[in-house]
Design a protein around this ligand. Structure first.
Ligand code: HEC
Length: 137
């Protein structure tokens, strides 16, 4: 009994104060709805090269699932992958809105079995820098 409650209160305090550095996607940081919107935008803007099932058929174009997801996405922050997505498509960098790029990132995460949650993810740089992509297994 003794030490547990104060410890819990202290953890809650740092978690809510905003100075606590990190959370992970295993907590459900985007919604199913958002990932669905992302799927539509991905289909229109990305699938032509990266494949509808995130497996590309072109050797020059990386897959966005399987090994490349584990190696290139897991443990990175959402911000890093959001930045990578904004560089796309080649020669048409930033042709979409930040929110649409972020929706596409949530679709890629969802496709790779990252859980959805109750709140939409907003394209707030500070926030995105604090969320690490957890290994969905
Ligand atoms: C014209 C073909 C083409 C289109 C369309 C395209 N990509 Fe790419 N993408 C590439 C190529 C080629 C690379 C590897 C070279 C590079 O990084 O520039 C790449 C690399 C990436 C990477 C970096 C690899 C990784 O796993 O981090 C991401 C993320 C990505 N693309 C996401 C997207 C998204 C999101 C869209 C749609 C908005 C998109 N791409 C549209 C060709 C394309």
């Amino acid at each position: 009994m003794s030490a547990r409650i104060p410890t819990a209160c202290f953890l809650l305090l740092i978690a809510t104060s905003g100075s606590f550095a990190e959370s992970t996607t295993s907590q459900g940081v985007f919604t199913e709805e958002q990932a669905k919107r992302g799927a539509a935008a991905y289909g229109a803007n990305c699938a032509g090269c990266h494949g509808a099932d995130l497996h590309s058929t072109d050797r020059e174009v990386p897959d966005l699932t399987g090994r490349p997801f584990k190696d290139g996405w897991v443990s990175k922050t959402i911000f890093e992958k959001f930045e990578a997505a904004r560089e796309m498509p080649p020669r048409e960098e930033r042709s979409l809105t930040d929110q649409i790029y972020l929706d596409i990132v949530t679709f890629i995460l969802r496709f790779n079995k990252v859980p959805a949650g109750a709140t939409e993810l907003k394209s707030d740089e500070q926030l995105l820098r604090q969320i690490k992509i957890g290994d969905p297994g």
